[in-house]
Structure formats: C-alpha cells, structure tokens
Design a protein around this ligand. Sequence first.
Ligand code: AGP
Length: 593
Amino acid sequence: MCGIIGYIGSRQAQPILLNCLGRLEYRGYDSCGIAVSEHGINVCKDAIRVEALKKTMPRLNGTAGIGHTRWATHGAPSLINAHPHLDCSGKIAVVHNGIITNYQKLRDQLTGEGHQFVSETDTEVIPHLIEKYYHGNLETAVAAALNDIEGSYAIIVLATDEPKLVAARKDSPIIISLGDRENFIASDVPAILDYSNRVVYLEDGDIGVITTDSIKVSRRGSEVATKVHQISWTVEDAQKAGYEHFMLKEIHEQPKVIRDTLAGWVSGEALEDLATMWADDINALLILACGTSYHAALIGKQMGQELLKIPVRAELASEFNYSTQLLDRTLAIAITQSGETADTLKAMKKLKEVGCQTLAITNVVGSTASRIADRTLYTRAGPEISVAATKSFTAQLMVLYQLMMAHPEIGARKLNSMTKELRQLPNKVQQVLDNEGETAQYAQELSRYENIFYIGRGINFPVALEGALKLKEISYIHGEGYAAGELKHGPFALLGSDTPVIALLAPDDTYEPMLTNIKEVKARGSAIIALTREGDEDIEKIADKVLTVPQVEAIFSPVVNTVALQLLAYYAARERDCPIDFPRNLAKSVTVE
Ligand code: AGP
C-alpha cells in the first residue's frame, strides 16, 4: 500500500513533506516523491529512498505541497512511475493510494481525447480526468473525475493558483490533521504526529478541501460536520494502527487483502488475461517455493488435481532436482512473497535454461522473480512487515484459486459457484477474526507445551504444515505438521498428555477418516483441539476442545483454517512474550541458499 501526504500552511512545505514521508517508510515502498506549488508545480521523485531524495533534490519553495511513498502495483518501480503524477498542462498534481480497476478503459478514452500519458501506472488517469473536468472549480472537477473511476482510492490533489488541497477516499484511508495556521492530509496518523494529534477521518465518498485556515468535508455534494479526534498514540503505536504487533495488524488486514487481490477478478479482462496463462500446450503444473509459500504451493497442487484433473507437482525449491525429462508441456510456477528467495530464484533460472515456461506469483512488483519469469501475477497484499508470512499467504491462495478457475476445463457452472464463494471469503475471514478472543484463550493454554502436533488430510494437510510453521517461528514451541493418516507410522510414539494435537477438519471425504485418526490419538493420551466448521456436532463428542470457523466449501477451507491458526500461533507467542515481528535467527527474505 502506498503512503500519501499533503501540507498547506504558513511554513515551507518541502521539509515538512519529507519528514512526513519518512514517518510512512515503515509501510514499505519502492519509490517516493513530492510536488510543491509556487508559480507552478515543481516535482521531485524517483525510485529511491526518502533519505536519498532529500539529499539529491533542489530546494523547492512553496507553502503547499503533496508527497507519496509508492508500493508498486501497476508498473515497475521507476522515476516515471513514481508519484506525484501530472496532467498534460503540468498544473494539476495527484498522489494516490489504491487500485483503479478500470484505468485501461479510461486511459484509452482520454488518449482518444488528446491526453498523453508517460507512465505505466493506473494513477496517471486521475490528473488527466481532473484536467478534463476543470473549469475553474477544483473540487467540482475532482468530484466529476471520481465519478468515472472504479476501484479504490485515497487521493490528494494540488493545483497551480489554487490555494487549497483536495482529498477524496474510497476503500483506502485518509485523515485530515489540524494545525495552527496549517493543515495536513495523510494516509494515516504516523505521518503527521510530529505536528499535530488532532485528526478528522474521511469516510468513503467524502471529499475534503483544506486551506491554511480551514477544512471543509462534503458527502454526496453536501457539507458535513467534522468530528475532531485527539490521538494519544506514539508514532510507533500509530504505525501498527494501534495493534500490538505488525503481525496482528497484518492478520487483520486479510479481509481487505482478499478483496484487493480479487479486485481485478470482477472485471472481465482479468479472467481473459488469466486464461492466457493456460496456453494450449500446457497439460501439467510444477509449483516451486519455500517455507510458507511452499505450503501455498501444496494447496495449489490439491486445487489443480481436484479442479483440472492434470498432473500437478509441488516441490521445495531447495530440493528441486531439475530432472528436465519431467518438464514436457509443463507450466512452472514460482511462488515467492519477496520475489528474492535465493533457492526459488535458482530453481527458476534452471527451469528457464531448459526452456520451461515460467510464471511468478509474488507480492513485490519489479522483484527479481518477476524479472526472471515469463509472466507474473501479483498478490496485492501490500507490504508485509512481520517476518511471519500471513496476509501474503492468503493472497497467494487467492491468485491460485483465480488461476485454476481461469482454466478452460472449469466450465461456467463451476466457475460461477466458485466465484460466489470467493466473494464471500472476506466476510468469512472477518468472522474468524471476530472470534479472536476464544482463539486467544486456547492459545494461552497451548503456550505451556513444548511440543504440539498439527494434523490434517487432503487440502488441509498443507494447512497443518503452515500452522505448525507459524507456531515454530514466532513462539519457539516445536509445532509439527503431519498427515493425519501418517501419525500411526511412527509419531504415535511421541503422543501423551504432554503433547496436544490440533486436528483440522473439512466438510469433505477426509472428514470420517479424520474422526478415526482423532480417536486413535486420544487413545494414546494426547489432548485434541479440533478446528472445524460451525455446527459440526459429531466432533463435540470426541475432541477436548473445539474451535469453529465459518462453513465454506472444502476447497476454500484452507483460507479460514489458516487464519485461525495464525491467531493461535500469535497469541501463544504473545503469552510467551516472544519478539513476534522479528523472531530470533530469521529474516523476512532469505536471499542466501
Ligand atoms: C514464513 O512465515 C517464513 N517467513 C518463510 O518460511 C517464508 O515463507 C519463506 O522464506 C519464503 O519466502 P518468500 O515467499 O519470500 O519466497
């Protein structure tokens, strides 16, 4: 997600904008820039850090300006794609956080009307649309431009000879902060806490107009009263939006991440684009990854085998033996949040050398993986600060579901029913999050053990592995993920009252065998915590504790089950007072083999 900032007041804007951008760096970004208005608009931007921008930029005079830290979604990190973006006249500058899903259509329309575009971004259509509708009233022009836009946005608009800033939001946050003969606009509170702790929150559909001495908020064309909130957070608290850790914040961002990752899906072109991944000569999949991304790969394997009836292999990138004879008519998919994992990149390069078609699924635009692969599908999880992967894993699953559903084998009826289920997932995940209190209680009890098994079958066996990995890496408890049917082939020896077992159930043909496995485990003295769908009465009679998740189709059960296990691991680690966001010995991106 990008960071936006605006300043208008009695002081020089440039140093204030740069300081505010520095406070937004924690959100992760690949480019930054500012625009200051005095006798015209002066822009300074590049695919560099804020510190570097400070050092290289000239002095810009002016007491009104806007700034941006970019997390690329459309167009690789570059000077030309960095914000702010300008209209043809160079008199209107815009910074934007969000995704415009109909930008290509708008761009084509505006080009046909004589507008010239220079960047690859979706954002650049905004200043050109405002220019199209600008006849002397900036806020009217902004309102008209937003009428044409579909998708999510938080924007700030600066215009020459206009002693004001205009802001507007839909699905991306914006605050207005009040100072003494100066006012601020920002994506969120950390940006402005050095200057003010009095903020007004804009709602979806609001348009805010600020000057040095005034703020005005309009909703559906009528001015509305503004409620000023006093913020008591420190800057660090604010960067976590009030959550204790980035990991918990990112777990709670998952409903929005699912919506954002599916955003392109609702527009037909995404479906056509995805369908082109399935070239006629592809009849097998090889999915390579590491760690949590490997667990997504295993789930992708289950999806592919169940939905497409084609051979699908999921391999650990570090173990992949490059046996090329098995690669005929195969699409090789590399899943990597960072796009920089050395083991995964090495495997990708080998596959390219032997002529395999390669697709990267990554969260970082312009990452090495995206530059090696023939094609790239981006998860839209936004920057993931915590070392433990959570929202990026869920976003990877969303991309895999869409990719499988775009296969010609799927058929309209199945596609429609799965699309309906997909669209309900944000609410289903929100229900899991709403049950956080009960999950935290179970986690506190689990936190006193040193060894815990996670067992699952079918599409939930990889979820057992992922739940165990989360527990390992942030609580340091030895969580062991195992195929439920395999436990009797050795690990039964480890069962007993000091080794509880978390059993994952799904409403499919693995349910009955799971009940059998659970009884076997109980007979050997281990306590059972069952994770199952709401209304499952059979399990109540067998398990020691039952944690429920909303009812979803079995193929989507990894999404809700994983979120519950993320919370379980988080609260167990919190109970053990672990450094959750930055666990010992681990790095967010493993760029060594
Ligand atoms: C997951 O919580 C870990 N941080 C780690 O296993 C991670 O998934 C793995 O290193 C792969 O990273 P990537 O997705 O960036 O390639």
